[in-house]
Design a protein around this ligand. Sequence first.
Ligand code: TRP
Length: 376
Amino acid sequence: MTGSSLFDYLARQLTGLCDVAGSPSGEPLRLLGALLGPTGSRSLSDPPAWRSNVADDHTPVEFSIACNTGEPPTLRILGEALGSPPNAMSNHRAAHRFLRARTRRSGMSLSRLAAVQDLFATDRPSGEFTLWHSLVFRSGRRPEFKVYLNPEVTGVHRAPSLVAEALRRVGLNRAYRSIVDHAVRPGELGYRDRLTFFALDLHDGPHSRVKVYLTHQDAEVADVVRAARAVDGIDATEIAAFCTAAGGGRQHFDGLPLVSSYTFTGETDRPVGYSVYVPIRGYVRDDQEARDRVSPLLARYGFDDTLLDRAIAALTDRSLSEGVGLIAHVSLRLGPPRPGVTVYLSAEAYEVRPPGGRQLAVAPIRTNAPANRAAA
Ligand code: TRP
């Protein structure tokens, strides 16, 4: 890949994925360019300019394909906007520039973000990120945008009060209690159970969502089943079957953490949806094994299982047994607005992780990359 730029590499993958999802690639490519900024033209043979935690190898972008009951699959990009040069403050400014440019063009709404953003504002951000974007390309529609804010940005111990207040400001007064009562093991808030993302859809439609994510270190399948029981009308035992299948039979996820998210729509302060994210890359030898677990899972939920192979082919021509991490997570979504399964796929722009071994945490793997520093 020497000689090609970060943008060229990701643009080729994105074009292929748009083909697979049956959507035009023009707007997705423009948005990718806007997210990467001038850093997109950096050569791939240079180390990552920013140790983004979007993906293990620090590529600032991760793709996903969401299979939705009763709808065509949706291509999505999770990305971190990069400043020039990238650092915590320049990235934060780039993220807001990206949003402002989008609001001018596509009539999206920043009102809920405006209601909470001061809570997440600090000149000394701690943790992995301040704001990430999700770009959602539903077939035949304008792109939709979502933002992820970091509840731990002012410290892990501040995350609970920050999330409680953010939920209150968007009209979800009792939401925080129901989350913590179900998803946190006794005494583990801020320890093994952490509030890791607060996400908002940036439109005002009836399905516009607020989502809260928790990361469960060292969790049993039973812990996420209990978490799912916060939501009325869904079958929490589905969560057990899904985690067990994605984990190759295991009940205890003692390496990379399971993640929960709760979805709120409108102003009902009971969650309407629950998702579990299994970091499958931490529980397989290689991507062949991951593929062989995920493909039957898609079929079991009634989705086209050729989609995964086609998406993989759009990303890479390496053999699946040569590396691990291409299939990063697989998630099950229960409840409205859209139940379904999502597969998260790494771009691997900077590194293919060798097969085998056990990944215990999302640890730095490149030693020559610069350490991220807050802005001077
Ligand atoms: N790479 C990070 C992690 O694995 C963040 C992340 C990217 C993530 N995609 C995700 C977390 C999907 C949960 C689900 O934690």
